[in-house]
Design a protein around this ligand. Structure first.
Ligand code: PLP
Length: 399
């Protein structure tokens, strides 16, 4: 059957039948935990420990008892939730939108991201992706028949944009930019001057911007600008948001797309056949989180402490370095002077009993790096202990 598939789809392996099962789709990851391996490769706050905020737990239980719970919510989403999201967008993102016209609730932002890119890609269209980036961005574009053009982010520029790097990639076929902001895996918050460069490129070359802001919530004093709120950008931008990262509610599978009336009209029309509807009870649960977001302060304090501890511990390893993460709970570690990141990731499972992500999964610029997720486990001491194990193992590697 594979030979009947489009090549871009067929070449992606979930790994059920291969020797290395992909960590985030298979069961090998949970198997590793049974063997006492600390899991630092899954971007899910406090995973696998209990971390449901009380207000969300209560709202979810109440919602399950509603008559509507086992029924569809209209595919465009719960109107009450969309009202709350519109208020958040105005408060946090500087976006003033009509809740019933410019917001579409989606079952998680992975499907939202796919659905946001889908309308714009004709086979052969070129899509600029600042790289390294979230792996799904490359795969989505390729599956749709587009051509990924990576715009290399350089460590010496703090992974920020250089206009010439974008200009060098523009051709007559350039259609869109797909941006993860703040970036996964580098934990970079793109600053005002980077986003001004992006705005100029998008406007001058009449491009579409797909902007994934799943990690927008904890920026530790770095200015978090929403590109769609910049002049001339709202009509050209489709922004994807999620409840999975900042609020730690990935299991509820609720996210949302924000865009102009013109784009949203077609998204509403096509949404039911691509996305279906989002879980009815879970939409009430995330609404409670939006109404009572104070629990996020505890998340932020834990992640802030962890990024400083990681910065200290990792930078104390000879020939290994990382920048202070500017957002969220990811860290991006340069191990290029020690050898191949694939070999090192495998070595850390054996020697340090810690599983991290090999940088090659994040596209060009990812090689020679490891992504270590600092947001896992409720107990910060456990995370610090794992970082110390990594330190000892990488020192031993060099002896
Ligand atoms: C950058 C980024 N965007 C989107 C997602 C998808 O999150 P969800 O589908 O849970 O909203 C992830 C998940 O890891 C991510 O890292």
């Amino acid at each position: 059957m594979r030979d009947k598939m489009i090549p871009a789809f067929a070449k992606a392996e979930g790994g059920l039948f291969s020797s290395v099962e992909k960590a985030d789709v298979g069961s090998s990851y949970q198997e590793m935990e049974k063997q006492g391996i600390t899991l630092m490769g899954w971007a899910d706050p406090f995973m696998p420990d209990f971390s449901m905020p009380e207000c969300v737990e209560k709202a979810l239980i109440d919602a399950v008892k509603r008559a509507e719970a086992p029924h569809y919510t209209a595919p465009i989403g719960n109107p009450m939730l969309k009202e709350l999201i519109a208020r958040k967008l105005e408060r946090q993102n500087g976006l003033k939108v009509d809740p019933q016209r410019n917001i579409l609730i989606t079952p998680g932002s992975d499907s939202g991201l796919y659905f946001s890119i889908l309308p714009f890609i004709y086979p052969g269209d070129e899509v600029l992706i600042p790289s390294p980036s979230y792996p799904n961005n490359y795969l989505n574009v390729e599956i749709m028949g587009g051509k990924v053009i990576p715009v290399l982010l350089k460590e010496e520029n703090g992974f920020q944009f250089v206009k010439k790097d974008f200009e060098d990639c523009i051709t007559k076929r350039t259609k869109a930019v797909v941006l993860t902001h703040p970036n996964n895996p580098t934990a970079t918050v793109f600053n005002r001057s980077s986003l001004e460069i992006l705005r100029e490129i998008v406007v001058e070359h009449d491009l579409v911007l797909i902007c994934d802001q799943a990690f927008e919530d904890f920026c530790y004093g770095n200015e978090m600008i929403t590109p769609a709120a910049m002049p001339d950008m709202f009509d050209r931008t489709v922004t994807v948001f999620s409840f999975s990262k900042g609020m730690g509610l990935s299991g509820l599978r609720v996210a949302y797309i924000v865009c102009s009336d013109i784009v949203m009209d077609t998204m509403f029309a096509n949404g039911v056949s691509v996305l279906g509807a989002t879980n009815t009870a879970c939409q009430y649960a995330v609404a409670a989180a939006l109404e009572n977001p104070s629990f996020m302060k505890e998340f932020e304090a834990a992640f802030d402490e962890r990024r400083h501890r990681a910065y200290e511990i990792i930078n104390s390893i000879p020939n290994v370095s990382m920048g202070l993460p500017e957002a969220g709970f990811l860290s991006w570690v340069n191990v290029s002077r020690l050898g191949s990141s694939s070999e090192l990731a495998a070595y850390l499972v054996k020697e340090a009993k810690v599983s991290v992500n090999d940088g090659i999964n994040y596209g060009p610029g990812g090689e020679g790096h490891l992504r270590i997720v600092l947001g896992v486990y409720k107990d910060t001491a456990r995370v610090v202990e794992a970082l110390e194990s990594i330190r000892r193992a990488l020192v031993k590697w060099q002896e």
